[in-house]
Design a binder for this molecule. Structure first.
Ligand SMILES: [Zn+2]
Length: 418
């Protein structure tokens, strides 16, 4: 299990899969590997922090992960304040392109209009020559040290001395905007998520190499599996889960080749002189795209648009799309349990009514129900805002963006009166 030190002694950020939610990054574990502070799966034991509500889960002492613990060695530095991040990321906007492939993806797969893609300022993290971009960014700023403490950038030793470059997988870059239009972070939708083996029961294994896709376009890989004491080399295909039962019908093991996480924070916390996205973790305010031309940095969004009603969804692109579909301000938060991060921004906007709109397939799960109950309790205690929940049948669209694209509006019901 790969871990990264945090500011709290004895607590580590889980870089491998979180044993509670199965995602990578953001969740925490103690040194003894007995307690997880998961950021995504709610529990009734929790506390609020600058990275969001941390839900405490006790691991069964007999089921403590037995994998070797690796603690990332890095000389990362503290993240700089928002105004500095904004200055650097705005310079980066001018230097990064948007590739024709990503442009096409946004138009064809995400149903964006061309002019909207331009206004939203999506970018592409290239595979090569990133140091050239970092250099051009430095040229737009005052000096070399301006990139220090800016998540995503890091400085490495080269043949001719140290130089600045950029971390992260190649993919589509999505900017995160604060309520005053400062860009304080990015998420990358990676082009090629790493393949992973999802295993349960009496099996161990690893991916040896990725092979060409099969005729239906699924990814395949040569894998080495250890079952009992036998080691086998097999070719596994995505979406083809193998399950093995004993003669008496008991479950023995299962293995599935899966595509790993698609969305990542753009961060360089594992690199020398890099910086983790850390706390406060960014949340993204999307305004309808016609507002963007007039939205100056430093300008509170409610000077441009009525913010008495604000919608909340999960994920930045979904928020961008929904803002245009609803013609309302929409927050994209990094997880359903991250509602506590909304409090200060919503107060600044003078919000009176919050509408939560999460994907139709997750809204009925017990974890999300628990997170929503806690959310109501939290806002009832902290504010006098009205709270509502938007719901729809999944056949009309999975996410709020799909629903609006299909020409429907959700049913809004009150969770808490003002
Ligand atoms: Zn977790």
């Amino acid at each position: 299990m790969k871990l990264r030190r945090t500011k709290h002694d004895g607590w580590y950020e889980i870089q491998a899969r979180c044993p509670i939610c199965g995602h990578k990054g953001w969740c925490r574990i103690n040194r003894e590997l007995t307690i997880v502070h998961c950021m995504r799966v709610a529990s009734d034991d929790y506390f609020d922090s600058i990275i969001g509500r941390q839900f405490r889960h006790y691991l069964d002492p007999n089921a403590v992960p037995k994998t070797k613990v690796e603690i990332e060695m890095s000389n990362a530095v503290e993240k700089k304040p928002d105004y500095h991040l904004n200055r650097v990321y705005r310079a980066l906007l001018k230097e990064l392109p948007l590739s024709p492939e990503h442009f096409t993806h946004l138009l064809d797969d995400r149903n964006f209009e061309e002019k909207v893609v331009r206004l939203r300022e999506y970018r592409t993290m290239p595979t090569q020559e990133r140091y050239k971009i970092a250099k051009s960014v430095i040229n737009r700023l005052s000096d070399n040290s301006d990139l220090l403490g800016v998540p995503g950038f890091f400085c490495q030793e080269g043949r001719y001395g140290p130089y600045w470059t950029m971390a992260g997988g190649a993919g589509l870059m999505i900017p995160f905007r604060t309520v005053t239009n400062e860009i304080t972070g990015w998420q990358i939708r990676v082009d090629n998520p790493a393949l992973e083996l999802d295993m349960e029961g009496a099996i161990k294994g690893e991916i040896l190499e990725e092979l060409p896709r099969d005729e239906s376009g699924n990814r395949t890989a040569k894998c080495s599996l250890k079952i009992q004491d036998k080691i086998l080399e097999v070719i596994l295909t995505e979406k083809d889960k193998k399950v093995c039962y004993s003669k008496s019908g008991q479950f023995v093991f299962s293995v599935e080749l899966k595509q790993g996480q698609r969305y990542w924070w753009w961060s360089s916390g594992s690199k020398d002189n890099g910086s983790s996205i850390g706390g406060p973790i960014p949340i993204h305010l999307a305004l309808p795209s016609p507002c963007l031309k007039f939205w100056e940095t430093g300008d509170l969004a409610n000077n441009l648009l009525d913010c008495s009603e604000v919608w909340v969804t999960e994920g930045p692109i979904k928020a961008d799309k929904a803002a245009d579909g609803l013609l309302k301000p929409v927050f994209g938060i990094p997880g359903v349990g991250a509602f506590s991060l909304l409090l200060e921004p919503l107060k600044k906007l003078g919000c009176k009514h919050i509408v939560f709109a999460y994907d139709a397939d997750v809204i009925k799960t017990p974890e999300v129900e628990m997170a929503l109950e806690q959310c109501v309790e939290f806002f009832a205690k902290e504010t006098d805002m009205k709270l509502s929940l938007a719901m729809w049948d999944i056949s009309y669209g999975k996410g709020l963006d799909d629903l609006l694209d299909n020409g429907y509006t959700p049913h809004v019901s009150t969770l808490l009166e003002a």
